[in-house]
Design a protein around this ligand. Sequence first.
Ligand code: FA5
Length: 341
Amino acid sequence: MFDQLTKLKEKAVREIKNSKVLKELHNLEVKYLGRKGELTKLLRQVKDLAAEEKPKFGQLGNEIKEELNQLISEIKFELNKKEKAGSSKEKWLDVTLPGRKFIKGHLHPNSLIQYQLEDVFSRMGFIILEGPELESEYYNFEALNIPPTHPARDMQDTFFIKDKTGWVMRTHTSNMQVRTIEKYQAPLRAVFPGRCFRYEATDVSHDTTFYQLEGLMIDKDISIDNLIAVMKVLLKEVLKREVKIRLRPGYFPFVEPGFELDVNCLICGGKGCPVCKHSGWVEMVPCGLVHPNVLKYGGLDPKEWSGFAFGLGLTRLVMMKYGIDDIRLLQSGDLRFLQQF
Ligand code: FA5
């Protein structure tokens, strides 16, 4: 038994010294010194020895136990140091290094002006609504007093939808007029900003996709004075300067009378350039008093209610505000252009 004890010690010392990681060392500690460990078991056999041998065996056993415990704690200390050094190397953070620059996006100039306009109109008591870009011919044309065979349909070159008869990509935000009257009735103040689509040859002031902001006000005794007052506030707030405007007759089947509100070209100062087609004026806000038939389509009595409507060319206003001389830049996705805003 004394022999067994010495051999067990030698084996344990060898294995403990060879352990490479803490986990392995822990397993050896359990293997030899645990409650069911090999040394523990051997020491329990003390009862089988002769009475005079018992104290010697017990003493040797305890010395070995102490030696192993000592060895284990020394090796544990070393392995701990090693493992900590390894893991902290991976997590090493040099706080003196310069940070990485975070590239932030920003609003498109169209959105900037749209939000500014929404703010101006909210302050004047208008609600802001969005409308569908894929629209029925009914709301895009018919409900606006433009029946299927009416030549006024030719005023707006339309994208029709293959295999979806009766539907178009909306040509203007006026599609929201009757939708809104149907839903909210009168009195009513609303603006509808949004994207419009036309099958047009593009040039510096025309694109196939552009933005408009439609306005609609319905109440008792609305007149052209109300319309002009609102237009003046709108242009002054957005352009932040007094601009010359002119009103001339314009034909739109859904207003009567109808007007074109032109702004003195801010690109050339009215001298004439490709954007204003060398006229000095840019067509910006077609408008007029809501046609009685449109009120009727919305379910209102034109004898009781009247209103004005306008269809601001939002993209053109953006051009005037920032002095952009080609509308196509706005949808180009060219970062050299967009990063200037
Ligand atoms: C209309 O779209 C009417 N719905 C406007 C309206 C509303 C009139 C309410 C009366 C009452 P027009 O086709 O003129 O009208 O377009 C309105 C504005 O949108 C134009 O003045 C112009 O600023 C802008 N616009 C029209 N076509 C284009 C285009 N291809 N590219 C960029 N802007 C355009």
